[in-house]
Ligand binder design. Structure first.
Ligand code: IVH
Length: 790
């Protein structure tokens, strides 16, 4: 136990550290350590102060909550202070709380056989966001404020008005003339991911977790920024009130709900500590599947008369407690960075960490994604870092604690040669193709050029090839694949089909029977569907869905191999980037050899055949001209050209005078078109693409069918969930008939989402982005309004 001198020194040190963290957390919205670490420092200080009460001073962080208001906002004095909550970490802490409540209320305690009186508690999730107060006068939202230090907060009225589920006006009647609603502003997990993705793309600042993102978004001086962020509000109580309210906490929340206030769907009543603990466990089990992050649950004595009787201790109510879950973020040390080589050769930095327990699991590795991420984090070997583990995702390094950087840190450097095969490591290039031009920039990924000659890539390629959703070869786990590669028995997926009994038997895990079983499983895999086979090849960016599209639309491996990138972009959901990946995969001589060997060694594709109509849908010559990306030629220009000349060759042959006669085609566009087709390679390529499209069964539809002038032209719709009154294909046809584009994923550009029962992430995303959503009935009504028979 430290003596008084040592205690005083440690107390001073803890106070200045906690003050600095408080400032970063509450004022700057940039905490530099995880909450769990803050709690530990805070508790250490509290314990020392309890032991040495003479050292407690009024300015100690234990004597107040929160921090100063950010000066740029106006100040708001809270009539009723905004308090914080005491914490329970263990079951016993919660039982102690319940005991204190019963003692405070003079209720009989339970005896050895239970008994006693059970106190009623309201149970709510503890949302991980930031507390705000919303003031309603005569039902109108007149002010919004942050908690600040509990007695003074910041005026964020303009900002809270941008939160979509905050009512600007209360519904119904009977609300108190003055009603201060309190609750949490937070960001859902999908909202957070979408925001970070947007920020990353725009080169902006990303956020370490949803709480920081919510805080940073709410306290923006420019409320337009706040408005663009996916913030939500959930109400959990009231502050000052002039008027009548029900006499229980849950009664109040339900009344608020009736007036249009969002409250938690998880709100429950529990009787006694056991039911509270059951609630804690049940929410804990669902923690990961909830749409938002929570750091615990909150129990509050439901009866308001009891609440008044119990009152407060320091700045915490005696009638409420937060029962915390294990923290998702912890501090640890970055011991080293190693580089892993993946299936496509990507060389990925992986953090080797001093083992640390995060939410119940010991973490010693975390992903660093790529070198851009390393640079963005500014992380160096030897740093203290914040590790975050949420859900099933691989633990991540979210932040460096610069204050704790030692002097002997080392930079993270990408190796020049592959750590596995020694081949050269090169930086990938990003190719941007637009208007006939290709521009190159540096990508964030580094790749080992060794391909299947690199044992790491070979192993991953084979693991993927044999996996259940690919060739589905049972009995070949990661360990066995490693052995086969390390023993030199397999140098490509095709070699699996030449393996002999004697080569396998005796390897670790392979006795006679398991060897026979493996050989049988390999033999059984010889007749895959075309889709499975394409997926199994492991073409970069080609997942199961794209593989299915390729198989369904082109219906033969030969056609998939030969398809030109521009032709592939006619397939549903295949963009130009993926199309180029597919094309260059099949152009590669080594890949061709492996495919030939596979076929020669007995692979028989099951469902090759006729082309599918899906491919041939709705293509026009104008659309094709537009796809050629000729500078200054946009859709309308392309349409005029198509109507005037009627064929690609006609357009290629058109001379300057012909072109000038095309209505509304300006000189610049005409010149650009001529220049483009004057280059023989451009004309030749366009002809090749068109010929291949025709060969694959696509013929130009009449130009009159173009979307211009149709009621939904320019709109993008998404269909999700199961439609019960018509098939999705029919719905798609109807929309396209009205000129809309039907896309597979929701983005800010989506006009409307039609969601049937069972809709999941797409619906959530639409809500997140504020995109209009129709159910099937509303969709039919809309279609009927356009005169489409339903
Ligand atoms: S009640 C006097 N209920 O947790 C009671 N707080 O540590 C005051 N929080 O500042 C708060 N969910 O930001 C309450 N269902 C909930 C909550 C909740 C999250 C936050 C709130 C508060 C902090 C207290």
């Amino acid at each position: 136990m430290p003596d008084a001198q040592a205690a005083a020194e440690r107390i001073a040190q803890l106070r200045s550290e906690l003050d600095a963290h408080n400032y970063r957390y509450h004022v700057l919205d940039e905490p530099s350590i995880p909450d769990a670490e803050y709690d530990r420092l805070f508790h250490e200080l509290k314990a020392l102060e309890t032991e040495h009460p003479q050292l407690v001073t009024p300015d100690s962080p234990t004597q107040r909550v929160g921090s100063l208001a950010l000066s740029a906002f106006g100040e708001v004095k809270h009539e009723v202070p905004m308090l914080s909550l005491g914490n329970a970490f263990e079951e016993d802490d919660l039982r102690d709380f319940d005991r204190r409540v019963r003692e405070g209320l003079d209720l009989p305690a339970g005896d050895l056989f239970g008994g006693g009186v059970d106190v009623e508690y309201s149970c709510e999730p503890k949302l991980d966001g930031l507390a705000v107060s919303l003031l309603y006068r005569d039902g109108l939202l007149v002010r919004g404020a942050t908690r600040g230090d509990g007695s003074t907060g910041e005026d964020i009225s303009v900002n809270v008005r941008t939160i979509r589920n905050v009512p600007l006006k209360l519904q119904g009647s009977g609300w108190p003339a003055v009603l201060e609603v309190r609750g949490e502003v937070f960001m859902s997990k999908t909202g957070f991911d979408a925001l970070n993705a947007r920020q990353l793309e725009a080169g902006g600042k990303t956020f370490a977790n949803p709480r920081n993102a919510a805080a940073g978004s709410l306290r923006q001086l420019d409320s337009k920024i706040t408005a663009s962020r996916p913030l939500e509000f959930c109400c959990y109580g009231v502050g000052q009130v002039q008027g009548e309210l029900p006499d229980s906490h849950i009664g109040i929340l339900e009344a608020l709900k009736g007036w249009g206030m969002p409250i938690s769907r998880e709100l429950k009543l529990a009787k006694g500590a056991d039911e509270c603990l059951a609630y804690y466990r049940s929410i804990g089990e669902r923690r990961e599947s909830l749409a938002y992050e929570i750091d615990g649950v909150v129990f509050k004595v439901n009866n308001l008369a009891y609440q008044r009787e119990l009152g407060f201790r320091a700045r915490e109510p005696r009638w409420a407690i937060a029962h915390k879950f294990p923290a998702l973020e912890e501090l640890t040390e970055l011991l080293d960075v190693e580089f892993q080589v993946g299936r496509t050769g990507a060389v990925t930095p992986v953090a080797r960490l001093k083992p640390v327990k995060v939410a119940g699991v010991t973490v010693s590795n975390a992903t660093l994604h790529n070198m851009d991420e390393v640079a963005r984090l500014g992380v160096m070997i030897g740093d203290t870092v914040i590790i975050r583990r949420a859900g099933d995702v691989i633990p991540q390094v979210v932040q460096v604690v610069l204050e704790r950087r030692p002097s002997d840190v080392r930079p993270v450097q990408i190796p020049e040669s592959c750590p596995v095969c020694g081949s050269h490591v090169e930086r990938t290039q990003l190719v941007k193709r637009s208007k006939g031009k290709e521009t190159f920039s540096e990508g964030s990924v580094y790749r080992c050029v060794g391909r299947l000659a690199c044992a790491a890539q070979l192993k991953q390629a084979i693991i993927h090839f044999v996996s259940r959703r690919a060739m589905d070869i049972e009995g070949l786990g990661e360990k066995s694949v490693e052995q086969l590669v390390d023993e030199g028995l397999v140098a490509s997926p095709a070699d699996l089909y030449t393996l002999q009994f004697e080569q396998i038997v005796g390897l670790e895990g392979f006795a006679e029977l398991s060897t026979k079983n493996l050989l049988a499983a390999i033999a059984d895999s010889r007749k895959p569907s075309l889709a499975r086979f394409i997926y199994a090849l492991g073409i970069p960016d080609v997942g199961e869905e794209t593989a299915k599209v390729l198989a369904r639309s082109l219906a033969s491996l030969e056609r998939v191999k030969r398809a030109l990138p521009e032709v592939l972009t006619y397939l549903p959901d295949v963009g130009l980037e993926v199309a180029h990946e597919i094309h260059s995969f099949f152009e590669d001589a080594h890949n061709r050899t492996v495919i030939e060997q596979l076929l020669a060694r007995g692979i028989e594709l099951q469902d090759e055949g006729e082309l599918h109509a899906e491919f041939a849908a709705c293509a026009t010559l104008a659309g094709f001209i537009d796809k050629l990306n000729i500078p200054f030629i946009a859709v309308t220009g392309a349409e005029k050209l198509a109507v005037k000349f009627g064929s690609l060759q006609g357009i290629i042959d058109a001379d300057w005078l012909d072109l000038r006669q095309v209505e509304r085609l300006n000189e610049k566009a005409a010149r650009s078109l001529r220049e483009f087709f004057d280059k023989p390679e451009n004309a030749e390529r366009a002809r090749r693409i068109e010929a291949q499209l025709h060969e694959f069964g696509m013929h130009w539809q009449s130009e009159k069918k173009t979307v211009e002038g149709l009621p939904l032209a320019g709109q993008t719709w998404v269909l999700t969930g199961s439609l019960e009154l018509m098939s999705r294909d029919v719905a798609k046809d109807k929309l396209e008939g009205l000129g809309a584009k039907v896309a597979g994923s929701v983005s800010a550009k989506t006009t409307c989402v039609v969601a049937g029962p069972g809709a999941g992430s797409k619906l959530a995303k639409a809500n997140e982005l504020g995109v209009q959503v129709l159910d099937e009935q509303a969709f039919l009504t809309a279609m009927a309004a356009y005169g489409v028979a339903t």
